[in-house]
Design a protein around this ligand. Structure first.
Ligand SMILES: Cc1cc2nc3c(=O)[nH]c(=O)nc-3n(C[C@H](O)[C@H](O)[C@H](O)COP(=O)(O)OP(=O)(O)OC[C@H]3O[C@@H](n4cnc5c(N)ncnc54)[C@H](O)[C@@H]3O)c2cc1C
Length: 820
């Protein structure tokens, strides 16, 4: 066994071996993998081998697409067959909501180039002659389906062996029966891994790909990895006479069938079937680690849980009735609270990488290995990986939280994924101090990054519940009222979850300046919207940096980016001790007070002059407000009306809230929720980190040129920006007014087409602008088609709608309100 390698992968399932393979593809061949027992002994050996291209996530969709393409090439490259049956995959729909979901998915599929078809019931019957179209009291009628012609199923163990062959022929080493049992940092900053059989391996980089063991192996470094497995079972049937007759009559292998509305998948297996449901009540397992006895075993099958799905499947495919059950496979699948894997850097430690939490790990193995290898070797991934970055979760993922959320995610794998869905389990977890006060005002809650956030406020007598939809729905009118309140009078938004860091010390200014593309404010009381870029010039983070004192900066970023940004900032700190950095997210709350009457309201609480000369737009002051001291008042906001963000010591939350409402009573003050904020920010073309500004686009493409100071000196990403300027900026940010919308506004991830029907960009967000009374989208179009006045089309839920590129900021384009 080698004692030193550049990268050591821990875990020999499909995911670990794929990571090893892709590292060698990137030219890093001094790499090794250790596996505690034998390759594939974890979840990989008993997986059903399905490779669904369907995924609602822009990122995960790209990873799956890569995998499917790779697996088709692998046999020729490695000489190892992988039993890839390209049967296609058919997802049935029995409701309009389901069809809407498919149509929404098609937008994403179009933008990433995944081939699909929406087909009619008649075409379903032609593709799948053994299926009943339904329409009786006990079986819903199929109204259409989504068909992917290019995926199917594979043999997971063969796939792993092909990847192993590819990796080994390039020089990678694999050591089985070698368990990692301890990890320590060496003096030179490398990682020394102690193995159970004796002998250490030291590595520059470590990759954890340990599947169901993720929490145990994470603990070796003190990491609370947010992945806990859930039981998943499938039934293996004996030979099916009907299927046999159909195949012997010349029928081709049937497409993998999914009926999400009754929650099961079905595929052929040796003239019989594999039927796998996603049941209610499947328990999370191994929350405290995988016991020694489990090894390569399975759980006993739980028929009670399976019965309703077997019955539904048998009604749809009567052939199931005539074949016996050969086996029930019940194994653990790793899950995370949002169902997407954890691919990327671990937080708080350097050169440690996670490729964990895979619930579709056979499908994702290729893509996750591809991007993780890219990240390790190049320093950053080739595509936007925010949706799978392990740091999208924070310290709030306690064991009980994970158990509840993962069980919930599992039983919802096949439910309709509405864009506005808010799942109820493990809530409320993190709440702002004024949670009860907002509840008393009718808050209808959602959750992000563990925080409860009021999505909208139900007026008295209105039911406090969302009717989730892809279209305008029950809260549309009330959200509109909140948006208008903000534009016409004065509203309050509780944005306490914002991520907040304090940067101090003699080196603070120059350190921050080297991290972001904008100039850090040089004068106390000034602020700058700033972007930290990747080496490729894409946007990794957005910070509002306020200079509170000569050597004191207050750095605010998205609430959901707390661990992501904090890890980045801490890892970027200079070693000379010249900069102090504190994450103060929990110690300050934030209320946005905005609207034409906001000045009059705030003036009642403070003696600080608030007029334009004393307190202009884009400046900040430390003020007293009511009884609260040390309130950072920032004259900016994300809604684009006159107003302030008040960042206050958390202990004043109740007082300040009451004082604002008391002062605002005569002005008709009211609460405003997240959905109204979405409408308001779209009217101002304000970009949201994570959806509109991502590592996929540079600030020039994002239309943020005015926040980039190319001449200020070196900063991360500057060289890439220079290259892009020289070569020409390929895409430009656009604001679109969408016409002929009846009830379905754009929401993001819709493809954009030119007049000739060519896809030329994508919308990244959209909403109805309640004040401007227009349906709006923002996103990216090819530069030559991004000038105002250009006529494009946008596809919303399968319908192409005309859309005009309009100048930025449809509401108050000259910022007169903001400056008033
Ligand atoms: C019943 C069932 C059906 C499934 N069907 C499908 C499907 O159709 N399609 C699909 O895409 N996915 C499917 N899955 C999910 C799929 O099996 C997993 O997502 C995938 O196998 C995960 O691969 P992995 O490499 O991450 O983990 P694993 O295969 O579990 O591998 C992790 C490895 O790490 C090793 N390890 C752990 N700790 C250590 C240590 N300290 N030192 C050294 N080695 C260690 C383990 O021994 C193990 O071999 C299914 C799962 C189940 C349970």
């Amino acid at each position: 066994m080698k004692t030193h390698v550049r990268v050591l992968v821990i875990g020999g399932g499909a995911v670990g071996v794929s990571t090893l393979y892709h590292l060698t593809k990137k030219g890093w061949t001094d790499v090794a993998l250790i596996e505690r027992t034998e390759l594939t002994a974890g979840s990989t050996w008993h997986a059903a081998g399905l490779l669904p291209l369907f995924n609602m996530s822009y990122t995960v969709g790209q990873l799956h697409k890569y995998s499917v393409d790779l697996y088709k090439r692998l046999p020729a490259e490695t000489g190892q067959d992988v039993s890839f049956h390209v049967t296609g995959n058919l997802r049935l729909a029995t409701s309009r909501e389901r069809m809407d979901e498919y149509q929404k998915y098609c937008g994403t599929a179009n933008t990433i180039g995944v081939p699909f078809e929406i087909i009619t019931p008649k075409q379903v019957q032609e593709l799948w002659p053994l299926l009943e179209l339904g329409g009786s009291a006990d079986m819903a009628s199929i109204i259409g389906a989504l068909y992917h012609p290019q995926d199917g199923h594979i043999a997971p163990a063969d796939l792993t062996m092909a990847l192993r062959k590819g990796a080994r022929s390039a020089g990678a080493e694999i050591y089985e029966h070698t368990e990692a049992v301890g990890i320590e940092r060496t003096g030179s900053g490398e990682w020394r891994v102690r193995t159970a059989k004796g002998g250490d391996i030291t590595a520059e980089h470590l990759v954890f790909a340990t599947g169901n063991y993720a929490r145990q192996t994470g603990q070796l470094l003190g990491l609370n990895v947010p992945a806990i497995p859930v039981e998943h079972q499938y039934i293996v049937y004996d030979e099916s006479p009907e299927l046999k007759a159909y195949r012997q009559g010349g029928g081709r292998e049937l497409a993998v069938l999914r009926e999400p509305d009754t929650s099961y998948y079905l595929r052929e297996e040796r003239m019989g079937w594999i039927l796998g449901p996603y049941e209610k009540g499947a328990p999370a397992r191994f929350a405290d680690g995988v016991p020694e006895w489990f090894g390569r075993s399975l759980f006993p099958g739980d028929l009670d849980r399976l019965v309703p799905h077997v019955e539904a499947a048998t009604r749809r495919v009567p052939a199931l009735e005539h074949c016996g059950i050969k086996d029930i496979v019940n194994g653990p699948i790793s899950y995370t609270p949002d169902g997407s894997p954890l691919i990327g850097p671990a937080w708080g430690v350097r050169n440690v990488w996670l490729n964990e939490g895979h619930s579709f790990g056979i499908t994702a193995a290729g893509g996750s290995g591809w991007q993780l290898a890219e990240w390790i070797v190049e320093g950053e991934p080739g595509i936007d990986m925010l949706a799978v970055d392990p740091r999208r979760f924070g310290a709030y993922t306690s064991k009980r939280y994970l158990v509840k959320k993962n069980e919930e995610t599992y039983r919802n794998v096949y439910t309709v994924h509405f864009p506005d869905e808010e799942r109820p389990d493990a809530r409320p977890a993190k709440t702002s101090p004024v949670y009860d006060k907002l509840s008393a005002q009718g808050a209808v809650w959602g959750q992000r990054y563990g925080w409860e956030r009021a999505n909208w406020f139900a007026p008295r007598g209105v039911e406090r519940r969302d009717q989730w939809s892809f279209r305008r729905t029950n809260y549309f009118e009330h959200v509109g009222n909140e948006a208008r309140l903000m534009r016409e009078r004065v509203g309050v938004i509780d944005l306490s979850p914002f991520t907040k860091h304090e940067v101090t010390g003699p080196g603070a200014e120059s350190w921050l300046d080297g991290l972001v593309a904008n100039k850090v404010p040089t004068r106390v009381g000034r602020m700058a919207l700033s972007h930290a870029l990747t080496q490729r010039g894409g946007i990794r983070s957005e910070f509002t940096i306020t200079r509170i004192a000569e050597q004191h900066f207050y750095v605010v970023s998205a609430g959901a980016a707390e661990r992501y940004d904090s890890d980045f900032l801490f890892k970027s700190l200079p070693a000379d001790g010249s900069v102090g950095l504190r994450n103060i997210t929990g110690t300050r709350g934030c209320f946005v007070l905005a609207g034409p009457k906001s000045r009059e309201v705030l003036a009642q609480l403070t003696d600080t002059p608030l007029d334009n000369t004393a307190f202009p737009w884009l400046t900040a002051q430390v003020i007293e407000a009511g009884l609260a001291v040390d309130v950072y008042a920032l004259r900016v906001n994300f809604v684009g009306s006159l107003g302030w963000e008040l960042h206050f010591p958390i202990e004043y939350a109740h007082h300040l809230f009451d004082a604002l409402f008391e002062a605002g009573r005569g002005h008709g003050i009211g609460m405003v929720g997240m959905r109204a904020m979405e409408s308001l920010r779209l009217e101002k073309s304000y970009r949201m980190w994570g959806s509109d500004i991502t590592p996929d686009y540079t600030p020039f493409e994002s239309g943020l040129d005015r926040f980039v100071r190319m001449k200020k000196g070196p900063f991360v990403g500057r060289d890439a920006l220079e290259r892009q300027l020289a070569a020409g900026v390929p895409n430009r940010f656009v604001t679109l007014e969408v016409h002929e919308v009846r009830d379905a506004d754009p929401l993001g991830n819709e493809p954009l087409f030119d007049k000739g029907g060519r896809m030329i960009g994508r919308a990244t967000s959209g909403y109805y602008g309640h004040a401007v009374q227009k349906s709006l989208a923002i996103g990216y179009a090819r530069t030559e088609l991004a000038t105002p006045g250009t006529e494009l089309t946008i596809e919303i839920l399968g319908e192409r709608k005309p859309a005009t590129v309009v100048p930025e900021s449809p509401y108050d384009p000259d910022n007169l309100q903001l400056r008033s």
